[in-house]
Design a protein around this ligand. Structure first.
Ligand SMILES: Nc1ncnc2c1ncn2[C@@H]1O[C@H](COP(=O)(O)OP(=O)(O)O)[C@@H](O)[C@H]1O
Ligand SMILES: O=C(CO)[C@H](O)[C@H](O)COP(=O)(O)O
Length: 533
């Protein structure tokens, strides 16, 4: 029986999952990856470290699945939208002040290119209409401009600049083809016209890339799931413990793999045109699809064919989501005591707190648990619908309580804050007639039943989970199945390999309470904006 391997590189770890042809998960494994942070909003990683972690996780997952390496018929990769810089021969090049070549990735959440971002936005370039009107410092062209201006030695010596998912498929196959997903969503490639906008690159100061006919950022753009090169090279096969020539698919950004793993699933709630994926990990991403392009200010896109082939994609979310909750709860006086208890149960602090909230009455008890605490958890700016990377978090209603109960309340208020952010995105999309009626949830934090119910209650939308315990990995495995020829295209693979499971309806008895809290959230958010001037 052929099996398919999904490989997912998130901000904190690399994961691998082995699936059968109808999407059942046989085994999965995870390996943490290194992250370096420095003042100046610098966040870096290493492509060698990530490849090592991918190999360890893959070997562990295949061993646990107790299948022969040859039984893996296709491999899909997804990864965060981080910028990888390689010199001649594929060697890593330094991207920051440390000048350490091992630190050759500017991570998606790195906001060092704020000045370049502002300049690009002032240019009023035509491509900005296809990123929600405003480019984000999390995208690749501001980061490339930062490199050109601040590290010209690296910029000039670079052989290739790649999104992390495209780096992984290059490392696996030797193919330099870029996925339509990565270059459209993060590099301003105009997929609906199958071209780069050379004027844009010249106007913002990256004319050098146009002079070379885009050879360093991608000349072969292919759909996610396309079979690359001759499959796994001999070296990559040795590294991963798999068979040379195994089919490897063009990849996806990690959030989009969560979308692919959920939006086309079999099930009664909504359709691919009314489901919004909510991928809740370190960040949160919302992904919804339309048949015609929808221009929503502050929501990235519309991107043609960047997730579901043939459909347009709008992508929103919050830059810090799981990361925001982690940061929030660690500020509380009871965090040390709670972290020790969480560690004893081998849980993360946030996962432990969600179980504590569950045992104190769960989402139905939110008014009592959260009390008067309000949180706008925008520690890393507002990604959507305000496209405001300078926004910062606000907390209102704190008292002197140092108890665990108070910490649990802060956690619940924080998750509600993320939910109200999602509600603003849904409202912005409804205002543009995008008929979102169902949220399909995935990601590490999306595994918690409490989080799912809070998301339903705060947004007023039905939230549905996949039957798969690992929908992001499943999305990647679907790519592998398409590349291997098991399904004729991604849409067919979605229907064949995924199914909707648990359903969370908004609690009608709390609708009025959440409406009031949402109004307070917006007031606080506006106060934050007014204070910043
Ligand atoms: N129950 C929970 N409530 C809130 N946050 C959670 C919960 N469980 C996990 N998280 C957070 O989700 C993030 C990890 O999500 P995951 O999708 O595994 O990571 P990645 O971003 O690396 O893909 C972490 O920030 C973690 O603290
Ligand atoms: O920008 C993104 C997708 O477009 C993601 O936020 C980024 O890739 C990080 O993902 P994660 O939170 O799963 O680690």
């Amino acid at each position: 029986m052929p099996h398919y391997l999904g490989i997912d590189v998130g901000t904190g770890s690399a994961r691998a999952g082995v699936f059968d042809q109808v999407g059942n998960l046989l085994a999965s494994a995870k390996q943490d990856i290194e992250v370096w942070r420095e003042p100046g909003d610098i966040v870096e990683q290493s492509s060698n470290d990530i490849w090592r972690a991918v190999c360890i996780a893959t070997r562990a997952a295949v061993a646990q699945a107790e299948i022969a390496p040859e039984a893996i018929a296709g491999i899909g990769f997804d990864a965060t939208c981080s910028l990888v810089v390689l010199g001649e021969g594929g060697v890593p090049l330094p991207v920051g002040p440390s000048n350490n070549p091992e630190r050759n990735i500017i991570v998606w959440m790195d906001h060092r290119a704020m000045e370049q971002t502002r300049r690009i936005n002032r240019s009023g370039a035509a491509v900005l209409s296809y990123v929600g009107g405003v480019i984000s410092p999390e995208m690749e062209t501001p980061k490339l401009l930062w490199l050109a201006e601040n590290m010209p030695a690296t910029f000039n010596a670079a052989w290739q600049f790649l999104d992390l998912a495209d780096f992984l498929t290059w490392r696996a196959t030797g193919s330099l083809a870029r996925s339509i997903c990565t270059v459209t969503c993060k590099w301003t490639y105009l997929a609906h016209e199958s071209r780069w906008d050379e004027t844009y690159f010249r106007d913002i100061g990256l004319g050098a890339l146009g002079d070379e006919a885009f050879a360093r950022i991608g000349t072969e753009i292919v759909p996610a799931g396309a079979s690359l090169g001759g499959g796994l090279t001999a070296q990559a096969a040795t590294d991963l413990g798999l068979a040379p020539g195994t089919a490897v698919a063009a990849g996806l950004i990690d959030a989009h793999a969560g979308g692919v793993g959920t939006v086309g699933a079999r099930g009664d709630f909504g359709s691919v045109l009314s489901r919004m994926a909510y991928v809740f990990g370190t960040s949160a991403c919302t992904l919804s699809s339309t048949a015609e392009p929808a221009f929503v200010d502050g929501v990235w896109g519309p991107y043609f064919s960047a997730m579901v082939p043939g459909l347009w994609l709008n992508e929103g979310g919050q830059s810090a989501a799981g990361a925001a909750i982690d940061h929030l709860v660690r500020m509380h006086p009871a965090a040390g005591e709670a972290a020790a208890k969480a560690q004893a149960e081998e849980l993360s602090l946030s996962a432990w707190l969600s179980l504590q909230a569950q045992s104190r009455g769960g989402a139905a008890a939110t008014p009592a648990l959260a009390g008067d605490i309000h949180v706008v958890p925008e520690f890393l700016g507002n990604r959507a619908p305000f496209a405001d990377p300078d926004a910062r978090a606000l907390i209102a209603g704190l008292d002197l309580d140092t108890s665990l109960d108070s910490l649990v309340g802060l956690y619940v208020a924080g998750v509600c804050g993320l939910g109200y952010g999602a509600r603003q995105i849904v409202r912005a999309e409804h205002d543009k007639s995008i008929p979102v009626d169902t949220i399909v949830v995935s990601g590490g934090a999306g595994q918690s039943p409490l989080v799912r119910q809070l998301l339903a209650d705060t947004t007023g939308m039905v939230v549905v989970a996949s039957t798969s315990p690992e929908p992001v990995l499943l999305g990647s495995a679907m790519l592998g199945a398409v590349a291997a020829g098991a399904y004729k295209d991604l849409v067919t693979a979605m229907a064949g390999m995924s199914e909707l499971g648990e359903i969370y309806h908004p609690d009608a008895s709390l609708a009025g309470w959440h409406a009031k809290r949402f109004a307070a959230f917006e007031l606080l958010q506006q106060a934050g904006k007014a204070i910043r001037g």
